[in-house]
Ligand binder design. Structure first.
Ligand code: GDP
Length: 536
């Protein structure tokens, strides 16, 4: 770690560059139950953010509750706190952005990944790559986000370790470099071998600490556990050391290679190695693309984009918190920002800073940090804030919905009001709205069912619009485009009953199922069908 600290303190750097270089903004991607909550808690404990750790736990305990209004209410309270967790460790500032999972899985989960510079992929050693992990990984790959792998639950029966690595390589097309290697398996799991520096760190005693592993001779291990076949362990470690791909920082930073750590979040084992790896390898805040130029994190002019909006469920308080990722410069309390979409100035009088240790004293944040900006519906997903410059960040995309429903209004007289409400809800990223060209009632699309509950509750509370959702004949939506405008017009004209406009007026093709989609796609020469749309 010492080389990092020296870089951060280098006198040649400006104070801004020094602050930026010590930031690591990351998320954890995993399938439900792989151990994300447990690992988060342990990471926060390392950083001394003990207060928050209890709240993360509270979230874990609540997971079996039904997805009802009360749950959404509580969710809001907790998730504002846990949306971003900041902790310091060995001179570095870690911003861990929460990716909602379980029933609260939503588009926010995907969008959060557009605001991080790296991700930790947690894999259950008994299960390997599961569906949700794979999806989240694909979102990371869209942005070439580097991934550090933590293979969890090594204290239990696991799958063959070589097989697990092979699965990562094959299913994700990602090279692996084991940084540690498990010694013993399941009940006989003794600890991990440090592939880079040698030595074994034991599960019992000293596991939680970082630093050099204890230099335990392999032969000595037999004394600790009679079941261990020492010569087999030796052979395996030799094989791992010789056959593993060497770790290459560039390949990792480009998203082609993942360093792999083994451990047990529950037993707080291997977490220190992971955190050390994050500090050493995970990139500092990256330059971000805008429609005008690439914006460097060390550019002194403040800029940020909104990737998540949290509404207050109380109908008497129509305030919202927009979560913005700072891309460059420094944000100070009281400064004025320009909301580029409207060209209007916006005072940042009470931004919320998320520093775990003492939130109240912080009054500035740097590129890589996330701030919460209270507003009354002014800010939308994808909005860019600057110190006056006119550019928009490209990169908070929309993702094709996995659930499509038709909105049925119980009071037909309120159609106009519903249209306005749906517009607002889609700008805030609650759901996506598709308006069929044939004039049929609007469709809403989501990636997680909870989004529908939130929409229903908010339409009722904020607009007095009771709605029901009906299963629609359409299940899939794809954004369509073509380099040849005429081809697109012809396709649209020939498929009017399957075409809708999204919130920006961009055309979307609606399909009954994968089969229909494939059938149409094959015959629609020159038409692109996209399942991700970049917000311009
Ligand atoms: P999440 O859904 O990914 O947030 O998973 P949790 O952190 O809530 O963990 C799911 C379950 O696995 C809980 O019962 C945890 O106690 C358990 N668990 C998490 N990590 C480990 C581990 O390293 N070993 C074992 N044996 N259990 C674990």
């Amino acid at each position: 770690m010492s080389d990092i600290a020296t870089t951060a303190e280098s006198p040649a750097r400006s104070p801004l560059a020094a602050e930026v270089s010590r930031r690591r903004t990351f998320a954890i991607i995993s399938h439900p139950d792989a151990g994300k909550t447990t690992l988060t808690e342990k990471l926060l404990l390392f950083g001394g953010a003990i207060n928050l750790a209890g709240q993360v736990k509270a979230k874990g305990e609540r997971r079996n509750t039904r997805s009802d209004w009360m749950k959404i209410e509580r969710e809001r309270g907790i998730s504002v706190v846990t949306s971003v967790m900041t902790f310091e460790f060995e001179g570095l500032v870690f911003n861990l952005l929460d990716t909602p999972g379980h029933e609260d899985f939503s588009e926010d989960t995907y969008r959060t990944l557009t605001a991080v510079d790296s991700a930790v992929m947690v894999i259950d050693a008994a299960k390997g790559i599961e569906a949700r992990t794979r999806k989240l990984f694909e979102v990371c790959r869209l942005r070439d986000i580097p991934i550090i792998t933590f293979i969890n639950k090594m204290d239990r029966e696991s799958r063959d370790v070589f097989e697990l690595l092979d699965e990562i390589e094959k299913t994700l097309a990602l090279d692996t470099t084991p940084m540690t290697w498990p010694v013993g398996r399941g009940r006989d799991f003794l600890g991990t071998y440090d592939v880079v520096d040698g030595g074994v760190r034991l599960l019992e005693g000293g596991g939680a600490k970082t630093g050099a592993a204890q230099q335990i001779e392999i032969a000595e291990l037999a004394k600790l556990n009679a079941n261990l076949d020492v010569s087999a362990v030796k052979d395996e470690l030799e094989l791992v050391t010789e056959a593993s791909k060497p770790f290459e920082l560039d390949a990792f930073r480009e998203g082609h290679l993942t360093p792999v750590y083994f451990g047990s979040a529950l037993r707080n084992f291997g977490v220190g190695d992971l955190l050390e790896g994050l500090g050493k390898f995970a990139p500092e805040p990256r330059a971000q693309e805008s429609d005008q130029r690439k914006v460097e994190a060390t550019d002194p002019r403040m800029s940020a984009f909104v990737f998540k909006i949290q509404a207050n469920m109380d109908p008497n308080h129509r305030d919202r918190i927009a979560f913005a990722r700072l891309c460059s410069g420094k944000l100070s309390r009281g400064m004025k920002a320009k909301l580029v979409r409207t060209g209007k100035s916006m005072p940042l009088s009470s931004p919320q800073f998320f520093f775990a240790q003492d939130r109240s004293v912080a009054d500035e944040a740097f590129a890589g940090d996330v701030v919460g900006i209270p507003n009354h519906g002014t800010l939308r997903i994808g909005d860019t804030l600057t110190e006056g410059e006119d550019f928009n960040f490209v990169g908070v995309p929309s993702f094709a919905p996995e659930i499509v429903r038709r909105v049925r209004l119980t009071d037909a007289m309120k159609a106009k009001k519903l249209k306005e409400a749906l517009q607002q809800m889609s700008e805030e990223g609650v759901v996506q709205v598709f308006r069929p060209r044939d004039g049929a009632p609007a469709l809403v699309g989501v990636v997680g069912a909870l989004q529908l509950d939130v929409l229903k509750a908010r339409l009722d509370a904020e607009y007095s619009l009771p709605v029901e959702f009906e299963v629609s004949e359409f299940q899939l939506a794809r954004w369509i485009s073509s380099e040849d405008r005429k081809k697109l017009d012809t396709f649209v004209a020939a498929n009017t009953s399957s075409i809708a406009d999204d919130v920006d007026g961009d055309p979307v093709y609606l399909a009954r199922n994968e089969f229909y989609l494939g059938y149409t796609r094959e015959r629609a020469e020159g038409i692109e069908f996209a399942n991700v749309k970049d917000v311009k």
